[in-house]
Design a binder for this molecule. Structure first.
Ligand code: AGP
Length: 610
């Protein structure tokens, strides 16, 4: 992953770089660093293990001021998180490089460079780039040519930014596989992994294409394509303003985002449903046309977004009557496909930058799908730009690494899609009106669930000393159980697994003892009686049961079984409603464990490498 930012200006760029890093911290927070060329054209570098805050503190006492510079926030791939492995990497006080991506042939390159006398100070794959650029500079190439020659021998994915004391006013950047944007200022120019890093400085951007490289000075921006021809890329004006998001009364962003869900869902529905109908216009004119020809649906996503896709599959087949497949993007992108005629390709992503989902989408475009639709939360993200149509989730900026409001708004958007496709197929006007009514009442249902926080907090206390937990659900609640287990794993570091409850007796029942909490989602549907039998099987073996049930579900209070009545909810929207107590449970367990809730260890908000 990692985030990179660079700037060349007539003013000191250190604050610009730091602000860019703060905005890119969602890409990784293992270490951060900055390198600038000072007024005497000397490279000044400061790096710190840990979050951007640590770098900020270090910069208060270490001199690093210059009018040209590059910076980096790291999510470790090669080499442990440490100051030594932090970027920028520097060669002989002459060249500095920041890199996002993975250099696959770094071992071979490292060996060759070592034979030529280059000394490596880190375990990273990136360090080969800086020494290789240096070697080409020594051979007499200018900085851009040295970078190009280096790129020509790199295998893997990269976005890099390079400065050198040999060419003080020039910043060179290149991309292959990893995203890179150029920000255009007034007598100053910038590069970064995405526009968020720079929206405080400019609203004008060039999205570099794969294979592009660019040379920036304060007055010029020259892009070259993969054939080294000067290229004109369109300039995009963004309206995006990334305000600092405050936590307000909440202790963590995650808690705030859990509580924002009713409003986020209202926004996602706004202008998209009217008088008992889902409006086709919500999907844009291209999708509207394509929808008439859809006979099946392929969904691709990662992590939480994949769980949203799994819920949608149940809906798509039950409500719309359309065959639907769901696959994690990292698998989809590397296997052969048989695409049934008339298949819609749907990618789901909060960030719109997830490398595997983006690669799967790019692959899908060559496979004969009728249309590509992205369900995404970030306008102008790579996945949005690559898709023919989009349905934005309007959850607003999600800061917590553990996704919450993005998930429930994805589900809301997916249900709109299911209805839009369904009414062209199996769904009657009456059924459509009923689902729309449920969607309208969804924010209120969630507000009701949010009022259960005290009870859920009390349950959480029983999880603090546990090593493992099982989550159970049936039907569309199975992916909800998976999402609940993922939340617990991510932020409390308790190992949690989800099973469709009918699978218990095929193995996992062996795990049950009095140290194994078992969380079950039990809405009042046709599978309730079967689920109750599964829960009996757990109870009979001493398992600790925590059951979230419907207000009207015929479930008795059994000694030793904790039961919380969640809501009286319709079966269709139940997966959205039942997600919320599981989010709150994970949050409160994490509080008890004292973990870093918003930035849990080893993770990043956006996974931009394979
Ligand atoms: C969610 O809590 C996770 N942080 C993670 O699984 C995430 O959903 C996944 O990386 C996909 O991200 P995306 O939605 O931005 O594509």
């Amino acid at each position: 992953m990692c985030g990179i930012v660079g700037a060349v200006a007539h003013r000191i760029v250190t604050p610009v770089l730091l602000e860019g890093l703060r905005r890119l911290e969602y890409r990784g927070y293992d270490s951060a660093g900055i390198a600038v060329l000072d007024d005497s054209e000397q490279l000044q570098r400061v790096r710190k293990q840990g979050k951007i805050k640590a770098l900020e503190t270090a910069l208060e006492t270490h001199y690093a001021e210059g009018k040209i510079g590059i910076a980096h926030t790291r999510w470790a791939t090669h080499g442990v998180p440490s100051e030594r492995n932090a970027h920028p990497h520097v060669c002989r006080d002459t060249v500095a490089v920041v890199h996002n991506g993975i250099i696959e042939n770094h071992d071979a390159l490292r060996r060759k460079l070592m034979l030529k006398g280059y000394e490596f100070e880190s375990e990273t794959d990136t360090e080969v780039i800086v020494h290789q650029v240096h070697e080409f500079l020594e051979a007499g190439l200018d900085l851009r040519k040295a970078v190009l020659r280096t790129c020509a021998i790199l295998e893997g994915a990269y976005a890099i930014a390079v400065i050198s004391s040999r060419t003080p006013g020039r910043l060179v950047a290149a991309r292959h596989g990893s995203p890179l944007v150029v920000g255009l200022g007034e007598s100053e120019n910038f590069v970064a992994s995405d526009i968020f890093a720079l929206v405080g400085e400019t609203q004008r951007f060039i999205f570099l294409e794969d294979g592009d490289n660019v040379e920036l000075t304060t007055e010029t921006v020259q892009v070259y394509d993969r054939d080294q021809q000067p290229a004109q890329r369109p300039v995009h004006e963004t309206k995006l303003v990334v305000d600092a998001v405050e936590r307000g009364e909440y202790r963590h962003y995650m808690q705030k985002e859990i509580h924002e869900q009713p409003v986020a869902i209202e926004k996602t529905l706004d202008g998209r449903i009217r008088a008992g109908h889902v409006l086709d216009a919500a999907f844009g004119p291209l999708a509207e046309k394509a929808f008439d020809h859809i006979r099946s649906v392929q969904i691709v996503a990662c992590g939480t977004s994949y769980h949203a896709g799994m819920v949608a599959r149940y809906w798509m087949e039950a409500i719309a009557g359309l065959p639907c497949s769901v696959e994690v993007a990292s698998e989809f992108r590397y296997r052969k496909h048989v695409v049934p005629p008339g298949t819609l390709f749907v990618s789901i992503s909060q960030s719109g930058e997830t490398a595997d989902t983006l690669a799967a989408l790019k692959e899908a475009k060559h496979l004969g799908y009728v249309h590509t639709l992205a369900i995404c939360n970030v306008p102008e993200s790579s996945i949005v730009r690559e898709s023919e149509s989009t349905l934005m989730t309007r959850a607003g900026l999600e800061v917590g690494v553990a996704s919450t409001k993005a998930f429930t708004t994805q589900l809301t958007a997916l249900l709109l899609l299911v209805v839009a496709l369904g009414k062209r197929n199996a769904l009657s006007a009456g059924q459509e009106a009923k689902i729309v009514k449920e969607l309208e009442s969804l924010p209120e249902q969630i507000r009701h669930v949010l009022r259960l926080e005290d009870e859920i907090q009390a349950w959480a206390e029983q999880f603090g000393d546990k090593q493992h937990a099982l989550y159970l659900g049936r039907g569309a609640q199975y992916p909800v159980a998976m999402e609940g287990a993922l939340k617990l794993k991510e932020i409390s570091y308790i190992h949690a697994e989800a099973y469709p409850s009918g699978e218990l007796k095929h193995g996992p029942l062996a795990l049950i003892d009095d140290q194994m909490p078992v969380v079950a989602v039990a809405p009042n549907n046709e599978l309730l009686e079967k689920l109750k039998s599964n829960l009996q099987e757990v109870h009979a073996r001493g398992g600790q049961l925590y059951v979230f049930a419907d207000v009207d579900a015929p479930m008795e209070n059994v000694p030793g079984v904790k039961l919380l009545r969640v809501a009286a909810t319709d079966e269709v929207v139940a997966p959205i409603v039942y997600t919320v107590p599981l989010q709150m449970l994970a949050y409160h367990v994490a509080l008890i464990k004292g973990t870093d809730v918003d930035q849990p260890r080893n993770l990043a908000k956006s996974v931009t490498v394979e």
